[in-house]
Design a protein around this ligand. Structure first.
Ligand code: NAP
Length: 338
């Protein structure tokens, strides 16, 4: 039998990859995790992870809150520690190529190191989408930001515009309104995509002004951002189509995400480019699993990513066991296969 560097390689250490690492290691798999920056992924940017089941903070005997729910950073640190404690190994490096040799998976890192494994879990997540308007790239880091917890404190009591109409825009507008009383949430359509409970909170927040049917056309400034050109869109017949200048100190952009799939060009994907798997999280390539925000899913949440990571590791363990004993690998209903 061929010898490999690991039974299981996991690429990405957000909630999906970290949970998969813990389950893989607990199943006695030699588990190797690659993460290019620091464990946590996008969860690191969550100020208070209030919707993760059980993460309610601490309370006194009368039930009064003593400490808030854990932040995404603290939560990620705990997941990382748990995976390490169970024996997963971590390598801080970007994976540059992923190849299949026979039925084994070989990765090469930015440092030219190669590692081979029997099964692989892709948990590379998704990155933020940009607006793609003039001035956005020029003022990134000088007023344009994609992370409220990272950059929000620089704009305390300043005028802040938030772009987007999904959960992220509503959540982050709420967070930024704790730093500044002048937050303007602009969304291109006449209704939000976000969950009703989040929209209601935004609408009831006197520190947030909501402007629907509003499109950011340009970002302007000198050394730093100083204004935006906004259009009162008439897409829905309720706008005027007129443009105007809005003074602002910062714009926080939350207009969706793009899946990180450059390592797997040949896999089956959905129309938006997310990896299609069966219910075992197995992709169209046997032995290659996907979990978390990179996977085609109707609901992207930390709890969903963690659960998918657990399923992927469990099913990868079954696949590896079958591979080692020369049995036919377990397969799901084959929904993801070509
Ligand atoms: P999303 O749900 O895809 O929403 C993206 C928003 O940006 C939409 O309102 C969209 O407008 C708008 N948009 C897209 N491209 C645009 C452009 N070029 N210019 C202006 N606006 C644009 O993305 P998300 O809010 O980042 O959320 C991603 C996933 O993470 C979702 O599954 C979400 O549920 C999850 N999430 C959950 C929480 C939570 O539970 N607290 C927090 C954050 C994220 P249209 O509506 O017109 O398409």
């Amino acid at each position: 039998m061929q010898t490999c560097d690991a039974d299981l390689i996991i690429i990405g250490a957000g909630p999906a990859g970290l949970t998969a690492a813990q389950y893989g290691a607990r199943a006695n798999l030699r588990t190797l995790v690659f993460e290019q920056i620091t464990p946590g992924g996008q969860a690191l940017t969550i100020d208070t992870l209030e919707n993760y089941p059980g993460n309610v903070g601490t309370r006194d005997a009368e039930g009064k809150p003593l400490a808030p729910p854990k932040s995404g950073y603290d939560f990620s640190q705990d997941l990382h520690r748990q995976a390490l404690d169970f024996g997963a190994r971590f390598i801080a490096a970007q994976v540059e190529t992923l190849k299949t040799e026979g039925d084994l998976f070989t990765i090469t890192t930015e440092h030219g190191e190669t590692k081979q494994a029997i099964a692989l879990i892709l948990a590379t997540g998704a990155s933020h989408r940009t607006l793609g308007v003039p001035g956005e790239a020029q003022f990134t880091g000088r007023g344009v930001s994609y992370c409220a917890t990272c950059d929000g404190p620089f704009f305390r009591n300043k005028k802040i515009v938030v772009a987007g109409g999904g959960d992220a825009a509503c959540d982050e507008a709420q967070y930024l309104s704790r730093l500044s009383p002048r937050v303007v949430l602009v969304h291109r359509r006449d209704r939000f995509r976000a969950q009703d409970s989040l929209v209601e909170r935004v609408r009831n927040n006197p520190r947030i002004e909501v402007r629907l049917n509003t499109i950011i056309r340009e970002i302007r400034g000198e050394q730093t951002l100083s204004s935006l050109i906004l259009e009162h869109s008439d897409n829905t017949g309720t706008g005027t189509g007129q443009t105007y200048q809005e003074n602002a100190d910062a714009v926080f952009v939350f207009v969706g995400t793009v899946p990180q799939t450059s390592l797997v060009p040949g896999l089956k994907k959905d129309a938006a480019g997310y990896i299609v798997t069966d219910q075992r999280m197995e992709s169209s390539r046997p032995g290659l699993f996907a979990a978390g925000d990179v996977r085609s899913s109707p609901f992207r949440q930390v709890v969903v990513a963690a659960a998918e990571g657990a399923i992927a590791a469990h099913c990868a363990a079954e696949y590896i066991e079958a591979w080692k004993t020369g049995r036919r690998p377990v397969q799901g209903p084959g929904a993801a296969r070509e």
